[in-house]
Design a protein around this ligand. Structure first.
Ligand SMILES: Cc1ncc(COP(=O)(O)O)c(C=O)c1O
Length: 410
């Protein structure tokens, strides 16, 4: 039976996270299913940004001693409990792209470069593969690709130094068993760098409990840090004193204001800093992370699964007749997104939905991707979004020529 609006409202009445919605600014009439690309704006983020703008005006250079300089470590400690890390294990800095490069250099140096291969996964967000390739090119390693769906063991050997894997796949929403993968890769003497782009803030990541040693992630998606908000890097405490990371910038120096001629890495996570960071970009993220401290991650996960299941249940009867394939993984292997594939019209359907204020996104080939963010989506929102989807598909509205033109960012 297709869920009714009353069913959705009943779920909202029981929702322990419902009050968080009031902390976000969302345009009237918009149903936002794209928080897996760019999270919504917390009200406190806007206030923090205003305050930092005023601080810049009033304190000028003094701002660096009023919280700007130590923001990477301070925000790292706010983020740590959300991903199962401890204080001093997370640094908020740079981007996934740069942090991945730093970790590849750091890990392979500590392995004394004894293993020549870096593996990245086919089907992952390409940035990770590009960086693995670029690192191999510049540092003299060999780049290998783990094909999508291939058995890990077939590609692991005593030649593999590091494997770069996403915990949740950006296209399919497939969630990996982090503990199991860590166990298998570590047993071969290799290391894993986890990309948490689609899991941090989407579910309860358990880095410590799963035995993870290295991870990177971003904060502009589920963590609502704002467009281009800084990324993060995690190194387990017992792996933090190994040596250099290759982007040996002055902020990662043991004494940046001694202006020594030679580089000496700072202790702990500070060595993963590079150069001057944007104080303005840290302000909204800090406000958002403070809000996140109040979130029960088990409730978040339960609601995420309920929202994704509700959306699918509202639409299931449409799929066959309209050539739509639901590729959403089963709950235990699901991130916080729904993937529907319509090879011919997927792009146009998403454009028609956007015109109606239902924001999802599109990834080649044919994938309509919908992200579900439990902090600011209600079950009723999801029900209404599904109704809009139904109308667009049943009416054939997506066939209109204006929905066929490709924009630069999809
Ligand atoms: C899984 C994944 N990895 C890496 C990136 C690239 O991140 P950044 O551009 O912040 O370096 C993204 C961006 O969306 C992503 O989704």
């Amino acid at each position: 039976m297709r869920p009714t609006l009353t069913d959705a409202q009943t779920l909202d009445d029981q929702d322990t996270l419902a009050d968080f919605k009031a902390h976000f600014a969302l345009p009237d009439g918009m149903l936002y299913l794209d928080g897996n690309s760019l999270g919504a704006q917390p009200n406190a983020a806007r206030e923090a940004l205003d305050a930092t703008r005023d601080q810049w005006r009033d304190s000028l250079i003094g701002g660096w001693n009023q919280g700007w300089f130590d923001a990477p470590e301070r925000l790292g400690n706010l983020l740590a409990p959300l991903i199962g890390a401890s204080e001093g294990e997370v640094l908020v800095s740079d981007t996934i792209t740069l942090n991945l490069f730093k970790l590849l250099g750091y890990i392979t140096e500590s392995q004394e470069r004894a293993r020549p291969i870096i593996l990245s996964e086919g089907g992952n967000f390409p940035a990770d593969g590009y960086i693995a390739e670029g690192f191999c090119h510049s540092a003299g390693f060999e780049h290998g690709v783990l094909p999508e769906g291939a058995a890990l063991e077939e590609h692991l050997s005593d030649q593999v130094a590091v494997v770069v894997l996403s915990q949740v796949n950006y296209r399919t929403g497939q969630l990996r068993d982090m503990a199991e993968v860590n166990r298998r890769i570590h047993a071969k003497g290799a290391e894993v760098i986890w990309d948490l782009a689609h899991s941090a803030g989407a579910l309860a990541v358990d880095l410590a409990g799963s035995g993870a040693r290295y991870a990177v992630g971003c904060t502009y998606k589920y963590l609502n840090g704002g467009p281009g908000a800084p990324g993060f890097v995690y190194v387990r405490s017992d792996r933090q004193q190994a040596g250099w990371q290759p982007l040996s910038g002055w902020h990662g120096h043991a004494k940046p204001f001694a202006f020594d001629a030679d580089y000496a890495p700072a202790s702990g996570m500070t060595r993963f800093r590079t150069g001057t960071h944007s104080a303005l970009a840290y302000a909204p993220l800090e406000a958002s992370l403070k809000l996140w401290q109040q979130v029960d991650m088990a409730a978040l996960r339960a609601k995420s699964l309920a929202l994704t299941d509700l959306f699918r249940a509202c639409l299931a009867d449409l799929f066959e007749a309209h050539g739509i394939e639901d590729i959403t993984p089963a709950p235990a292997q699901r991130g916080s997104q729904v993937g529907l594939v319509q090879r011919e019209h997927g792009y146009a359907i998403v454009q028609a939905l956007i015109k109606r204020g239902v924001i999802g996104d599109y990834r080649e080939p044919g994938l309509m991707r919908f992200g579900f963010t439990p902090l600011y989506l209600s079950h009723a929102d999801v029900w209404h979004a599904a109704e809009q989807f139904r109308e667009v598909v049943e009416s054939g509205e997506y066939r209109d020529p204006r929905f066929q033109t490709r924009t630069e960012v999809t």
